[in-house]
Design a protein around this ligand. Structure first.
Ligand SMILES: [Zn+2]
Length: 232
């Protein structure tokens, strides 16, 4: 069973075990049946220019570069490709193709789970999104892909625990970094280092802010459940 909540914090190994895969790249089309996975980063110096818009409801995700080759040109100087040298669809191409099929009404929008890097080896789950659009943009004198993901309100078929009440909106990267540092990467109640979650102290549904680090804390699964049981 796949059980993870937006705001959950996982190690790289936990992320791999959730997907039963050794994750080696940022874009993973159809990693599970009818479901893709992407890794994003908004940290300074991140390799791609991803961004979050509309209070976390929309993610604009940059496509990925051609692989680096010995003696080859810098991948950052080459247009991002839909096809590999051997004519196979790249990950960009697979995602582009999914948008085409969606726009033609042949397939539903691809489900995409999004994880965001907090620091080396530590990732935060941003939620389930739908891939609805793609376009090309000029960036540093070359062409890159931009994919548009919209947060999925669809709950059917997604195994979720009952504590999901206030995590539909993404906490901005800078706030997550600040909270992670302040709380030293452990549960503020018990110091646990595993099954951690970015918790809204005042729930989002009750007007609590995602943008203010003072309203966000790190809780372990046990203390998160305990808190929600007390509210409900
Ligand atoms: Zn705890």
């Amino acid at each position: 069973m796949f059980s993870i909540e937006p705001g959950d914090i996982v190690s790289y190994l936990e992320m791999c075990s959730l997907f039963n895969a050794s994750l080696q790249r940022g874009m993973n089309f159809h990693l599970r049946p009818a479901e893709s996975l992407v890794l994003m980063s908004l940290r300074p110096g991140a390799p791609y220019a991803d961004r979050i818009e509309e209070g976390g409801r929309v993610i604009i995700y940059e496509g990925h570069d051609v692989p680096r080759r010995d003696g080859g040109s810098d991948p950052k100087s080459i247009d991002q490709q839909e096809f590999s040298g051997t004519g196979k669809l790249t990950q960009n191409g697979l995602f582009v193709d999914a948008v085409r099929r969606y726009k033609l009404g042949r397939d539903p929008a691809e489900n995409v789970r999004v994880f965001e890097k907090i620091k080396d080896g530590i990732w935060s789950y941003n939620g389930l999104f739908r891939l609805v659009d793609v376009w090309r943009e000029t960036s540093e004198r070359r062409q890159v892909f931009k994919f548009k993901f919209v947060v999925s309100e669809e709950r059917a078929g997604v195994a979720e625990t009952t504590i999901s009440i206030d995590h539909n909106r993404v906490i901005p990267a800078a706030v997550k970094q600040e909270v992670w540092k302040r709380d030293k990467g452990v549960c503020v109640k018990c110091g646990a280092k595993e099954n951690l979650h970015f918790d809204h102290i005042i729930p989002y549904s009750q007007g609590g802010s995602s943008k203010d680090a003072k309203n966000i804390q790190i809780l372990c699964l046990r203390h998160n459940l305990q808190k929600h049981n007390n509210i409900e």
